[in-house]
Design a protein around this ligand. Structure first.
Ligand code: HEM
Length: 272
């Protein structure tokens, strides 16, 4: 199936791209049993997918309340940390961001079961600047604006943004890049439409009105590159996006690793 969101059709460069959406559109749902997927990761290696600071429990409780407002009360009380209990109810990853005494917005708890090359235990406590240090030019171009957005969030305002990349993996949980990139050389160019996946993150941001923090959600959608063959205008929009991406975006997303495979697919597009 063609990807539900196609952010490459909207911009060739990094962008903030946050837009208000109706409260009812906050969570997209669409996964039958997110708890089963998340619990397996939680049991296997918790620090990859979960981290919290000691002081984050009140904010976590409020996250659970927001999720309960959207989905109805939680089915049963649980001993799990409240943010993780809430995350088990939704496909999205949930990140609690709170302002510290020095005025820095920091990640204080996160359930990250579909992380795109980042790991919960490594990012806990990081500020917005630290989180984005791998993104070329972030501090010069975006940091002040993003901090202002966190300051100015009003209750009941829901903001949404999307980003995307291309990966030779159909896994939602991709904590690190090395094992995935090590397999690129094994891909038969004729199979590129099946082996390469468009990976879209649909992110939302909301204020926690009582405790003052912010909730950042990340929902990952995957679709094989070959799915675009269903709609020629979507395929040509992708080709245009791939070829016109800025050098900074290409470098950050390592498009160079996939150029030959993508061009081979575009020269003879086969369905996935
Ligand atoms: C709503 C405000 C935010 C904006 C506008 C924003 C913007 C961006 C941008 C432009 C990128 C580069 C990739 C892309 O999206 O095209 C990025 C990457 C990233 N963002 Fe954000 N971000 C925001 C909030 C957050 C929060 C709250 C977290 C905490 C989990 C976060 C974690 C990351 C990470 C881990 C990366 C990837 C860095 C890497 O490759 O290691 N962002 N963000």
């Amino acid at each position: 199936m063609i990807p539900r969101h196609r952010p490459w059709e909207e911009a060739a460069d990094f962008q903030i791209g946050l837009k208000p959406i109706p409260l009812e559109a906050w969570l997209e749902g669409g996964e039958a049993d997110p708890a089963a997927r998340k619990d397996a990761l939680w049991a296997a290696d918790r620090g990859l997918v979960w981290a919290e600071t000691a002081a984050s429990r009140p904010g976590q409780e409020e996250v659970a309340e927001l999720i309960a407002q959207a989905l109805g009360p939680a089915p049963a009380p649980s001993d799990l940390p409240p943010l993780y209990a809430a995350a088990r109810r939704v496909p999205d990853d949930l990140c609690l961001v709170e302002k510290d005494a020095d005025g820095q917005w920091r990640l204080t708890a996160l359930s990250l079961s579909a992380g795109s090359f980042f790991i919960a235990r490594e990012v806990i406590g990081r500020s917005l600047a630290e989180l984005h240090s791998p993104v070329n030019g972030f501090s010069d171009r975006f940091l002040t604006r993003v901090q202002r957005i966190f300051e100015g969030l009003r209750p009941d305002l829901v903001l949404e943004r999307r980003n995307w990349t291309l990966l030779n993996s159909d896994a939602l949980h991709t904590p690190t890049s090395a094992p995935i990139r090590a397999r690129i050389g094994e891909i038969d160019p004729a199979e590129a439409g099946r082996c390469l996946n468009l990976r879209v993150e649909r992110q939302t941001l909301r204020r926690l009105p009582r405790t003052g923090g912010a909730l950042f959600t990340i929902r990952v959608w995957l679709a094989p590159l070959g799915s675009l063959v269903e709609q020629p205008e979507r395929l040509s929009a992708f080709a245009q996006a791939w070829r016109s991406a800025t050098p900074e975006l290409r470098a950050y997303k390592r498009f160079d690793l996939y150029d030959d495979l993508v061009e081979s697919f575009l020269s003879d597009p086969k369905p996935a």
